[in-house]
Design a protein around this ligand. Structure first.
Ligand SMILES: O=C(O)C(=O)C[C@]1(C(=O)O)C=C[C@@H](O)C=C1
Length: 359
C-alpha cells in the first residue's frame, strides 16, 4: 500500500514538474507578446483572447476537472501572464471580501493590485483619471446596494464595459481552525448575519453573534482569535488565510449578482458577444415600441431591458438594453442607426464577451 502511494506520488511530482515548466514557458511567451504590444501601443489585457482561451479549454475538457475549477486555474495563469507584461491596478467597491472584490478576483486573478474604493462613483473616477486600469462595479441584483447608481454613472462617463461577470451570492464560515465545536463567537456584516440565521441556529446555537460593518472587519477579528469565526463571501478563505469551516451556509440560495468590468478599451468581437446600449426617449405613446422595433426586425436577441428616470427636465426615461451580438456586426449597427431617430440621446456602452451565468 505504502509503496503504491509512494509510486503514485512520484508520478504526481513528475506531472507537477512538467506543469511548472510549461507555465514558465507560457509566461515567457506572454512576455514576448507584452513587448510586441508595448511597441505597438496596445493594451496588456485582451478580454476577447482571454474568453476565447477559456471557452476553448472548457470545450476540450473531458473531466474529472470541474469547469469552474478549470476557469479559476486558467484565470490565474493568464493573470500571471498579464503581470509579467505590466503591473495592473483594479478598482473595486471595497472593503476586501465584498462580493465585488470576489467578482474582481475571479475575473483578474491574484496577480494584479486591487484598490478598494468607498463608492461606485470613485471607481469610475479612478479609472477615468488613469489611476487604475479597470474598475469592477455591481450592476444587477446586488447585495451591496446602489446598483442603479452604476447605470446612472454611465451617462456622465466615457468609460465602456469591457467584460461582465456573474458572482454567486453565497457565504462561508471562516475561522483559524476547522472544528465547529471550538467556535464561541461569530462576527458578520448585518446582511450576511440575516441571511445565515437558520444555519447559525442549527449548527452554532450557543455562539455569540456579533454584527459588524463589513466582512473584512469580521475576518480580521477571526484572524486575531482562534475561537472567533467570521461569515464572509464564499471563496474568501484564501484571501484571508483562514479555513472555510462550512460552505454555502445561507438560508436561501439567491441568483448570482452581475458585475461589470469598466475601462477605456473597446473590446473586439469574440464570436459570442453582448452589446449594451443606453438611450433616452420622450414620454410619448409608442416611443419605446418604435425604438425597439429595429431590434426585433433584425432578429437580434434582446437579452435585457431596464429603465431609469433621467432626472433631466425634458427627458423622461433612460433605457438600458443588452443585445446579443457585437457593435461591429452589421445587424447591430443597422439597428442602432434605426433607433437613433426615435431617441433623444443614444450611447453605446460597449461590446464584450457573453458569459454564461455561473461561469
Ligand atoms: O494573447 C495575448 O494578447 C497575451 O497577452 C497573452 C494572454 C495569455 O496569457 O494568454 C495574456 C493577457 C491577455 O489579456 C490575453 C492573453
Amino acid at each position: 500500500m505504502a509503496t503504491d502511494i509512494c509510486d503514485i506520488r512520484n508520478q504526481i511530482d513528475h506531472i507537477d514538474d512538467t506543469i511548472l515548466d510549461l507555465i514558465n514557458r507560457r509566461l515567457n511567451l506572454a512576455k514576448r507578446i507584452g513587448e510586441l504590444k508595448k511597441d505597438s501601443g496596445n493594451r496588456v489585457v485582451d478580454s476577447t483572447r482571454e474568453s476565447e482561451i477559456l471557452r476553448r479549454l472548457t470545450s476540450l475538457n473531458k473531466g474529472p476537472l470541474n469547469p469552474n475549477v478549470l476557469h479559476h486555474i486558467f484565470i490565474d495563469i493568464i493573470a500571471a501572464a498579464r503581470a509579467v507584461q505590466a503591473s495592473q491596478r483594479v478598482a473595486y467597491l471595497g472593503p476586501e471580501a465584498t462580493f465585488t472584490h470576489l467578482a474582481a478576483t475571479s475575473h483578474f486573478g491574484y496577480s494584479v493590485t486591487y484598490v478598494p474604493q468607498p463608492s461606485i462613483r470613485e471607481i469610475f473616477s479612478e479609472v477615468e483619471k488613469g489611476a487604475c486600469d479597470y474598475g469592477v462595479v455591481p450592476v444587477e441584483n446586488s447585495v451591496e446596494g446602489s446598483v442603479r447608481h452604476t447605470l446612472d454613472l454611465f451617462f456622465e462617463s466615457d468609460l465602456c464595459i469591457c467584460a461582465e461577470r456573474y458572482q454567486p451570492v453565497s457565504y462561508d464560515l471562516l475561522a483559524q481552525e476547522v472544528r465547529l465545536r471550538a467556535i464561541k463567537t461569530v462576527y458578520a456584516h448585518s446582511q450576511a448575519l440575516n441571511q445565515c440565521r437558520n444555519w447559525l441556529n442549527q449548527y452554532l446555537p450557543d455562539a455569540e453573534l456579533k454584527e459588524c460593518s463589513s466582512s473584512a472587519f469580521a475576518v480580521g477579528q477571526s484572524a486575531r482569535e482562534k475561537q472567533v469565526a467570521a461569515i464572509a463571501g464564499c471563496g474568501t478563505a484564501a484571501i484571508f488565510r483562514l479555513e472555510a469551516v462550512a460552505s454555502k451556509i445561507e438560508d436561501f440560495s439567491r441568483p448570482p449578482t452581475r458585475f461589470l468590468v469598466i475601462g477605456k478599451e473597446k473590446v473586439r468581437p469574440s464570436g459570442r458577444d453582448k452589446t449594451s446600449l443606453m438611450f433616452a426617449l420622450t414620454h410619448v405613446p409608442g416611443a419605446l415600441a418604435g425604438a425597439l422595433a429595429p431590434i426585433t426586425d433584425a432578429g437580434i436577441n434582446l437579452v435585457k431591458i431596464e429603465s431609469r428616470p433621467t432626472r433631466h427636465e425634458s427627458w423622461s426615461h433612460f433605457f438600458f438594453v443588452d443585445l446579443e451580438g457585437h457593435f461591429e456586426d452589421g445587424s447591430i449597427q443597422k439597428a442602432i442607426e434605426l433607433i437613433k431617430p426615435h431617441a433623444l440621446y443614444l450611447k453605446n456602452l460597449g461590446s464584450y464577451p457573453l458569459i454564461g451565468v455561473g461561469v
